[in-house]
Design a protein around this ligand. Structure first.
Ligand code: SF4
Ligand code: MSK
Length: 641
């Protein structure tokens, strides 16, 4: 019998209990079976880089303190950590590279299924790269921009051009420290080189390369992905929608898209509205075709099209457990191979689409951008065909849904704050300076069965907004916030402090702003750069009264994101520590000493209220340094604790 778990989300609790009754194993069951987990791995002191090993360091000091080659805990821990950064940066950046190729294809091929949807954004990116725009055909500009962004991945000389959008003081610091990223791929390759057997054994030097690669992700690969997706699919604008598994409909064909890249999901969302296909669906007895998303591909099509969100990372299997998913189509990243076995217990058809992400025994329909609509049609038709296999037995649909407003961006929200016709960050900066806002926090990232599902996400966000801190969110945190009603403007009056309420009332925004998918954390970087450029809050990101958190993190991508925020000057808090506890030196360096070098540091705090308070204290420290008005606290805690 599966252990009864506490979930902040009732829909997930019900479905997880139902799965247990039916003997369907899902992520929480596999997590339980895995206990106790390996202490060496958790502490980062296991090395299997060469076959003299595997080696492990005895954390109690009684057994071996170095590996067979003589590598100590500091070296092993640092190497393991930066290899996580390499994995995470590679995932985001490969996504960015694919979008550059899609843009080039859209510009070169007049019959392409992709079009340039936002010329203004294309011209803004062209400006960053010095591409001439005056009196030029938009497709010519797009070709140049696509090629320039492609060069960012494999550049052999110079540095990443996109990273010149960081504040000048930050760029100067990166150059002085030798961490200004040269090219996206090069920094990832260099991590792999330095961490192979017998290369870099100085933990600080290893971590330095980790910072450089992560900056290549945040200010390079991820930023390119975000910018070019806005060009191809449109810049999001505030848009209403719904979230949670209750958005699946008994009477409709339910097609769930899951993964990260909008090149497929965006086309599916269009094709699913095709009259002929809708008629086909009706002929099969369905009341139309419903598209819903899981994880970040969901965020992509929510932000631009208002397509409802079925759930976050930990709900991918539960969506199938409803018995209502006729087809789930997946692309890349955060796809649990366990989906295959859950799908087999239901009529659900699971389809992989990327040559990079197949699952043994699962139907594969290979997607390519050249035949995007044709392939999307094939997938939608497959969902329609499979509707007849839904036998009506064993359906459990928790009726839980929540309204939301998403679609905020670096451009749109602050245009809002600046008034309709003035695109300026001045009102935002002024609100912080005058003390209506304490500051801002980015709360992002995954969920993890090692934490009570969504409890940390929601508690931390509520505590921050209560204390007049504007929250921006991406990834699965954004989905959790949506499911718990935090993305509604009215929420401000329930949970936010008076200053933040005042702003939300004046501008009509929620106190928690959904900025998109995981690659869209680059929007947060851009917001920070714009706030610095607006003036009055210091010269660099590290001067700002801001903090970041990933309260239920699990992915290597979260490590890359956290590290690029730290290296950009941001205090970054996660619940469970990085796997570095096996090295006192690495731990101290990342949680203390690194701040003297880059202005940001890591913090670990599993208790969400204490975590929020740590972030607030950091924000207040920055306010004090800027000589801004001290803030009141909405809950009894000692500011200096
Ligand atoms: Fe062991 Fe050194 Fe080989 Fe790692 S690199 S497995 S510590 S011998
Ligand atoms: S999907 S990386 S679980 S946020 Fe981007 Fe969610 Fe984390 Fe995947």
């Amino acid at each position: 019998m599966a252990k009864e778990l506490k979930f902040a989300d009732e829909a997930s609790r019900q479905l997880r209990a139902y799965a247990a009754e039916q003997n369907i194993e899902v992520v929480w069951d596999r997590y339980e079976k895995m206990q106790p987990q390996c202490g060496f791995g958790t502490m980062g002191i296991c090395c299997r880089i060469c076959t003299m090993g595997p080696c492990r360091i005895d954390p109690f000091g009684e057994g071996p303190q170095v590996g067979i080659c003589g590598a100590n805990a500091d070296t092993i821990v640092a190497r393991n950590l930066v290899r996580m950064i390499a994995g995470g940066s590679a995932a985001h950046s490969d996504h960015g590279r694919d979008i550059s190729h899609t843009l080039l294809m859209a510009a070169e091929n007049p019959d392409s299924d992709y079009k340039i949807k936002n010329e203004e954004k294309l011209k803004a990116v062209a400006k960053i790269y010095g591409v001439e725009t005056k009196d030029r055909d938009i497709k010519e500009i797009a070709k140049d921009v696509a090629r320039k962004t492609m060069e960012e991945f494999g550049r052999q000389e110079g540095t990443i051009v996109m990273a010149t959008t960081a504040p000048p003081a930050r760029q100067k610091l990166w150059r002085e420290l030798g961490i200004f990223p040269r090219s996206v791929d090069r920094e990832i390759v260099e991590i792999m080189h330095r961490t192979t057997m017998g290369v870099d054994a100085d933990y600080k030097n290893v971590i330095k390369q980790g910072m450089r690669a992560s900056l290549g992700d945040g200010w390079g690969g991820s930023m390119i992905a975000t910018e070019l997706q806005d060009v191809l699919f449109g810049i999001p604008n505030p848009i209403k929608s719904m979230a949670n598994l209750g958005i699946l409909k008994k009477e409709k064909i339910n097609l769930v898209v899951h993964g990260h890249e909008p090149v497929l999901s965006d086309i599916i969302a269009t094709v699913a509205q095709d009259k002929e296909l809708v008629e086909k669906a009706k002929a099969k007895g369905a009341d139309g075709i419903g598209v819903a998303g899981i994880c970040c591909t969901a965020n992509e099509i929510l932000m631009r099209r208002g397509i409802p969100i079925a759930g976050s990372f930990l709900q991918q299997e539960l969506a199938m457990v409803t018995g209502l998913v006729d087809l789930m189509v997946i692309d890349v990243q955060c796809l649990m191979p366990g989906l295959r076995d859950v799908a087999r217990r239901f009529h659900t058809k699971l389809i992989t689409t990327s040559p990079k992400a197949k699952i043994d025994g699962v139907e594969h329909i290979e997607f390519n951008e050249k035949d995007a609509v044709k392939i999307a049609r094939q997938i939608v038709e497959s969902a329609i065909e499979n509707f007849a296999n839904r036998n009506g037995h064993g359906i459990l649909l928790p009726e839980h849904t929540e309204k939301l407003v998403a679609g905020f961006t670096t451009e749109s929200v602050f245009q809002f704050l600046g008034g309709k016709y003035r695109s300026t960050y001045r009102p935002l900066n002024d609100a912080v300076i005058q003390g209506r806002l304490r500051g801002a926090a980015g709360v992002v990232g995954c969920s993890n069965p090692n934490t009570e599902y969504e409890e940390n996400h929601i508690t931390i966000v509520k505590e921050l907004i209560k204390n007049d801190t504007l929250v921006v969110t991406t990834g699965c945190n954004a989905i959790s916030c949506a499911k718990h009603g935090l993305l509604q403007p009215e929420t401000a009056f329930k949970y936010a402090g008076e200053g933040l309420q005042e702003i939300c009332r004046a501008v009509g925004i929620p106190p928690v702003l959904h900025l998109g998918s995981c690659v869209d954390n680059s929007r947060i970087l851009r917001v920070l750069a714009n706030v610095v450029a607006e003036g009055g809050l210091g010269n660099d990101i590290s001067d700002l009264p801001v903090a970041g958190a990933a309260p239920e993190w699990m992915s290597e991508k979260a490590v890359a994101i956290g590290m690029y925020f730290v290296a950009s000057g941001v205090y970054t808090l996660i619940n469970h520590p990085l796997p570095i506890e096996g090295s006192k030196n690495v731990y101290k360096y990342l949680t203390e000493d690194i701040e003297k070098e880059v202005g940001g540091k890591w913090a670990f705090e599993p208790d969400p209220v204490k975590a929020a308070h740590k972030m607030l204290r950091h924000i207040d420290k920055k306010r004090k340094a800027l000589r801004l008005k001290p803030m009141m606290y909405k809950q009894a805690f000692k500011p200096e604790e």
